[in-house]
Design a protein around this ligand. Structure first.
Ligand SMILES: C[S@@+](CC[C@H](N)C(=O)[O-])C[C@H]1O[C@@H](n2cnc3c(N)ncnc32)[C@H](O)[C@@H]1O
Length: 202
C-alpha cells in the first residue's frame, strides 16, 4: 500500500509501515531524523500522488486546548493568536478533506473555539506500552479505531527513566511532538491489515 505520513520528521510512523511491507513516505518541512523515504517540503506538493492511506500530524500549537489560555490573556481576545489558530484549522481541514480513501489525522484535544469536527477516538501512550499520559485525538475516515496493544501502569512522565518525551532544552517541543513507537506500530499493523483485508474482499 502507498502510505503518506504527513507532517512527520521523526520517521517513526513511516518506518512502522515500512516494517510491515508498505511503500511508506514521510513528509515534513524539516529533514527526516532517521534515514528513509522522505519528502522535505510542503505536504500540499504531494497530496495528490495516489496514496492509499494518509496518517497526518498537523501542527497543534495554536489549535490545542492547552494553548487556549493564550487566546484570552487577562480576559482580552488576542486577535493575532486567533488568526494563527484559524490558519491552523484551515491546514488541518485541508488534510482531513484530502482526496485519499483512508485518512487518520492526529492532534491533541483542540480548543472548541475553532469548531473542528468531532474526533473519532482518544488514545493514550499507556495503552500501547509507554507508561506516559498524553491525551491524543484521532480523526478517522475509512479506518477502524485503534485497539490498545499493551496497557501499562501510568507513571509521572518526568520519572520514566530515559524518557525523551519530557526532555528539556532547545528540542523540547520537537521531542514532545514525536509519535510514540507503540502507537505507530499499532497503526501500521492494525490499519495495514485492515487495508489488505479490504483489498482481498473487494
Ligand atoms: C506536531 S509536529 C508532528 C511531529 C510528528 N509527530 C513526528 O513524529 O515527526 C508537526 C510537524 O508539521 C510540520 N509541518 C508544518 N507545516 C507543514 C507543511 N505545510 N508541510 C509539511 N509539514 C509541515 C512541522 O515542520 C512539524 O514537524
Amino acid at each position: 500500500m502507498k502510505v503518506l505520513v504527513a507532517c512527520e520528521y521523526s520517521g517513526v510512523v513511516r518506518d512502522a509501515f515500512i516494517a510491515q511491507g508498505h511503500d511508506a513516505w514521510s513528509c515534513d518541512l524539516l529533514p527526516t531524523d532517521s534515514p528513509g523515504p522522505h519528502y522535505k517540503g510542503d505536504v500540499r506538493d504531494v497530496l495528490d500522488n495516489d496514496w492509499d492511506l494518509m496518517v497526518a500530524h498537523p501542527p497543534c500549537t495554536y489549535l490545542s486546548n492547552a494553548g487556549a489560555r493564550f487566546l484570552y490573556p487577562k480576559g482580552k481576545l488576542n486577535r493575532a493568536r486567533l488568526k494563527l489558530g484559524m490558519e491552523g484549522k484551515e491546514f488541518f481541514m485541508l488534510l482531513y478533506n484530502a482526496n485519499i480513501p483512508r485518512i487518520a489525522v492526529e492532534n491533541p484535544t483542540p480548543s472548541t473555539v475553532f469548531g473542528l469536527p468531532r474526533h473519532t477516538q482518544v488514545v493514550q501512550p499507556y495503552e500501547f506500552g509507554h507508561p506516559v499520559q498524553k491525551r491524543t485525538c484521532l480523526w478517522l475516515k475509512g479506518l477502524p479505531p485503534l485497539r490498545p496493544t499493551r496497557v501499562v501502569r501510568q507513571r509521572q512522565s518526568s520519572k520514566v527513566p530515559g524518557n525523551w518525551f519530557n526532555k528539556g532544552g532547545k528540542d523540547r517541543q520537537k521531542n514532545r511532538a514525536k509519535t510514540f513507537e507503540g502507537i505507530a506500530k499499532a497503526m501500521a499493523s492494525q490499519w495495514g491489515a485492515f487495508l489488505q483485508q479490504e483489498r482481498i474482499t473487494v
